[in-house]
Design a protein around this ligand. Structure first.
Ligand SMILES: Nc1ncnc2c1ncn2[C@@H]1O[C@H](COP(=O)(O)OP(=O)(O)O)[C@@H](O)[C@H]1O
Ligand SMILES: [Mg+2]
Length: 215
């Protein structure tokens, strides 16, 4: 089962995805927590280029290709093999982030889709939790106690509100996959929403498995 967490800076993706991972481990469900960009040695090296330094240090197309290169490493060499072994893979950011951020930098969805389909067959994501928070609040949270990996937090507010609009558009086009959660409130309430949905999803998957075994 493949679960992704999406949303802007400081929306709580890392906090909530790690909580869900711990919740599954506590229940003896085989699970792995990973993140993008990154997740493998080479992809983490690419991450360093992407998240550090000045905001305008490379052409936006170079940046897009680096995100996709990191994703190829991560998905083909780590995530997919784990999914085949029956793990629940929880990923902090995935392709929706590329769509939301790179489109906000002025790249067309057509170009992103073309690169995506050149390197991937259809990737099945079972559930995406889109954590939605006002960018002012998100950036405040994200920068409060962190001074590194801040290349994106330095982009202006207009950029971050465009990113949020793009996430909303992706959500509207993928309502069966994406659950949108207001993450402006208490982290425990946010987590309860995630867990309620996950447990429903998990029971559906188990039901299907039993049916398959019975036939
Ligand atoms: N619901 C919430 N309310 C207040 N603060 C939060 C909430 N969720 C996360 N935080 C805090 O905000 C900061 C950013 O959270 P994080 O999970 O790293 O966000 P992201 O990974 O989406 O950038 C952290 O210091 C975290 O403790
Ligand atoms: Mg994070």
């Amino acid at each position: 089962m493949f679960i992704t967490f999406e949303g802007g800076e400081g929306s709580g993706k890392t906090t909530q995805s790690k909580r869900l991972y711990q919740y599954l481990i506590d229940r003896c469900i085989k699970a792995v927590h990973t993140r993008e960009p990154g997740g493998t040695r080479v992809a983490e090296e690419i991450r360093n280029i992407l998240v550090n330094g000045e905001t305008n240090k490379m052409h936006r197309d170079t940046e897009l290709l680096l995100y996709m290169a990191a994703r190829v490493e991560h998905y083909k060499r780590k995530i997919y093999p784990l999914l085949c072994k029956g793990y629940v893979v929880i990923c902090d950011r995935f392709h929706d982030s590329t769509l939301a951020y790179q489109c906000a930098k002025g790249i067309s969805q057509k170009k992103i889709d073309a690169i995506y389909s050149a390197v991937f067959n259809e990737i099945k994501i079972d559930r995406t939790y889109f954590l939605s928070v006002d960018p002012d609040n998100g950036i405040y949270r994200a920068t409060r106690n962190r001074s590194h990996e801040n290349r994106f937090e330095q982009m202006g507010m207009k950029f971050h509100s465009d990113v949020l609009k793009n996430f909303d558009r992706i959500y509207e086009n993928n309502r069966d996959r994406i659950v949108k959660i207001d993450s402006s409130g208490n982290p425990m309430r946010v987590f309860n929403e995630i867990v309620n949905d996950f447990n429903y999803l998990w029971s559906e998957v188990q039901k299907k498995k039993t049916q398959e075994q019975d036939t």
